[in-house]
Design a protein around this ligand. Sequence first.
Ligand SMILES: NC(=O)c1ccc[n+]([C@@H]2O[C@H](COP(=O)([O-])OP(=O)(O)OC[C@H]3O[C@@H](n4cnc5c(N)ncnc54)[C@H](O)[C@@H]3O)[C@@H](O)[C@H]2O)c1
Length: 559
Amino acid sequence: MALDMTPEQREVGTANYRKAVEHLGLDRRDFLKAGAVGTAAVGLSAAAAYFGYKSLQGNPVRTALIGCGDEGGVLAGEHNPDFLEIVAVSDIRPYNLKRIMTGDFKVALRKGLNKIYGEKAKAIKSYTDWRDILKDKSIEAVIIALPLHLHAPVAIECMKAGKHVLCEKLMARTISQCKDMIRAARENKVVLSIGHQRHYSMLYAHANEVIKSGILGDVKHIRALWHRNFSWPAVFNPDEWAVYFDGDKQKAQQVAGILEPKIRDGWFPPVVQGDVDGLEALAKERGVDLKKFLADCGYDSIEQLVRWRLYEKTGGGLMAELGSHQLDAASIFLNKAKPLSVQGVGTRSFFGPNRNPREIDDHVFVTFEFPGKNYAQDKNDIVVVTYSSISTNGFEAYGECLMGTRGTMIVEAEQNVMLYTEKDPTKKGDQRAMSIDVSSMKKDQPAADSSSTWGGPSAAPGTAKSGTAAAASGPISRGYREEMEDFAYCVRTWDASLGYEKDRDGKFRQRMPRCHGEIAMADAIIALTANLAMRERARIEFKPEWFDADKPDVPEQRA
Ligand SMILES: NC(=O)c1ccc[n+]([C@@H]2O[C@H](COP(=O)([O-])OP(=O)(O)OC[C@H]3O[C@@H](n4cnc5c(N)ncnc54)[C@H](O)[C@@H]3O)[C@@H](O)[C@H]2O)c1
């Protein structure tokens, strides 16, 4: 994330962050809160206490998963059956319907439902048409992990059928669709939550508290990036695919990879023969040809179904898939401020006709102006946020870097936070090797407490680790589990008679998911307007009406 940091400097940065966390008593406070509501006793992480949800007392929400691909697999692998009981799954690709049960050979997070439910997994219903789920009145909620263009139509149908919805990010393909989804949630009085997991990450929650404590001074710049190198030649490994052929590597070799990619590129997965055969069989079952079947499901071809991220019709490019996460983080750090303007450059400078072709850009670089804390009084108080996503160099990977008048914070790959102090001009020495002086933090914050222990309240056994504690002891929860637990808690405590009523202060009268429709729509507006700015090579100013679900104004139809 920072170009030239030595291991020692990284260590100093990590230690500085721990010091700030300890000074603010964040871990200790979570631990006490967790103890107070007994989360540890019922197997919940400290995150439950932090985010304010409780056990469902053996009454999990009966849930269907629609879309059993990569992300569906992560959500299935990470869900807590005490909160959500997955009783049905739906997909049109036979491999993925199988994979959701067996788990993944590549990613440990995708454990597979067989492992999670044991014998009970046999009772999980499997549908090739997601509409069948709507007929099952016993299903209370759905998780949607489909390609972007299907989020709104599927979510709206589910909400009309009375199902609560947790839909993956980006909320929708257009802002009009986001507004339709919010309306559908209100009219049908159901919970709508969107899967921007950083809203449920303890790492981000704690980093945000450190920022709010003032230790960085006045933050004037955020640099966010997500870089990967997709330029290597593809190596197709039949061993990896053997899992779909009951371990038969020879068969995998024969049938896999009919449209083998030329470049090793996560967004250009192979189209496997088994899927082609399965989709043809499904079309036959429904009495239509393959083309008509695919069109009914929202695609022009099988390739578009498998590589949906690369097409304008089905995806939203790098900003929707990656940038939305990090602009979400930036707006959390800036107290949910809405941006003022965006401009940028997007290019398709690497991939082309003979190199994993695509309709979307392979490099994006965008610059946002956000209002600073005193913007209302001083129009010069601007925070500049830059975001880049490139596909041909992975040196810096991904993260966010916040630059303030008194310090710099680096949040790296959702796993690690480093903090550096700005150098006092009267002092000598390497700024990146300086231990931070917690006494420079604001006076109204808790004083340093020698009894607070770094890494103290790690999560209860078998649960996700909390943000700061785990930075010291291994991978931490990125927030998926907590996001689903929180959603389930909202569903269980939901009072349909109140629906989306607000009180006099404009606050919802009942508990809403942390990333409810209006919050997620703001993330979609930021990502999709950046796409417009790059396409038009223009500077676009954000309009407050776009962020208002009650107003019809949207960036895609701006005057
Ligand atoms: N929150 C995160 O960190 C994160 C990470 C990755 C992906 N995502 C989001 O999750 C969603 C899914 O992404 P993915 O990587 O799993 O894609 P994927 O292509 O691996 O999975 C999509 C699945 O949907 C199925 N599908 C497509 N059309 C269907 C239809 N009409 N009916 C039933 N099933 C259908 C496909 O067969 C496939 O199995 C996207 O919106 C993506 O942005 C979120």
